[in-house]
Design a protein around this ligand. Structure first.
Ligand SMILES: C[S@@+](CC[C@H](N)C(=O)[O-])C[C@H]1O[C@@H](n2cnc3c(N)ncnc32)[C@H](O)[C@@H]1O
Length: 242
């Protein structure tokens, strides 16, 4: 059931529909999705508490009310990993970026239920957020877990992890900051390794410059579990900003 869109998502929808908007990568299609009434209510009532509108450059210290190590999770989906990490690490701040409103609604409910104060959400295209709304060198960690693989050849241009976006990732990480990626799609895993390996400001943390081992802390996300059910292998990547 699709309720009225709150102001922040109207803005996001406008931007997502703007076909003339110049952009390098369009990694998602706008879909209304099924949203429960609880999620719709959360978008109305909890957004002012946890949501950030992408206006100008975001002052993260002001938004979180403190200076702390910061992780951004891009495309958090249902937010299982985001919520678990934020609960396990109250000393860190977490910035979740996702365009899918039901997922955002679900995480808002999770934040309220667990009374977490160290998470803020953006319901907006991560390409634009990184490009226009986050300052240089502002993140200690970036997670991109199971991004849409866009398996058809004609859709490969939609894959998030390619040179222009990797360049943005490297620029938003602090020196010494880390980016972790995971996918269950072999050709995309190879593309990720090549794209991150080609970015001069990043260094592969895996021995022999290959894939990394699965971080112990990662909670299996919806798409990781789906991959497992399909018998897919999972590839992890870990790089550090020089
Ligand atoms: C395949 S799902 C994976 C979700 C979650 N990480 C998981 O592992 O279950 C990819 C997610 O990325 C989101 N997404 C894709 N492109 C995005 C973008 N440019 N900005 C923000 N979110 C994006 C989609 O809406 C979707 O929820």
């Amino acid at each position: 059931m699709e309720g009225p869109r709150p102001a922040h998502c109207q803005l996001a929808a406008l931007r997502l529909n703007a076909s003339d908007h110049p952009r390098a990568i369009r990694s998602f299609v706008t879909r209304a999705g099924r949203i429960t009434s609880a999620q719709a209510r959360a978008l109305e009532t909890l957004w002012p508490k946890y949501g950030i509108e992408p206006r100008r450059v975001i002052d993260l210290d002001a938004v979180f009310g403190r200076a702390a190590p910061r992780t951004a999770e891009i495309g958090f989906g249902n937010g299982e990993n985001l919520l678990a990490l934020a609960a396990a690490h109250p000393e860190r701040d977490y910035l979740g970026i996702e365009v899918h409103r039901p997922g955002v609604g679900r995480v808002l409910l999770g934040l309220e239920e667990r009374a977490l104060t160290n998470v803020r959400l953006l319901c907006h295209d991560a390409v634009e957020v990184l490009e226009r709304h986050l300052p240089e060198d502002c993140l200690d960690e970036i997670l991109v877990l199971f991004p849409d693989p866009w398996p058809k050849k004609r859709h490969h241009k939609r894959r998030l992890i390619q040179a222009p976006f990797v360049n943005l990732l490297a620029g938003r990480l602090k020196p010494g900051g880390r980016v972790h990626l995971a996918t269950d799609w072999a050709p995309y895993a190879e593309q990720m390794l090549e794209a991150l390996g080609a970015e001069a400001r990043l260094r592969n943390l895996a021995p022999q410059g290959g894939f990394a081992s699965r971080p112990d802390e990662r909670v299996a996300t919806r798409f990781e579990r789906r991959g497992e059910r399909l018998g897919h292998q999972v590839w992890d990547l870990a790089f550090e900003r020089l």
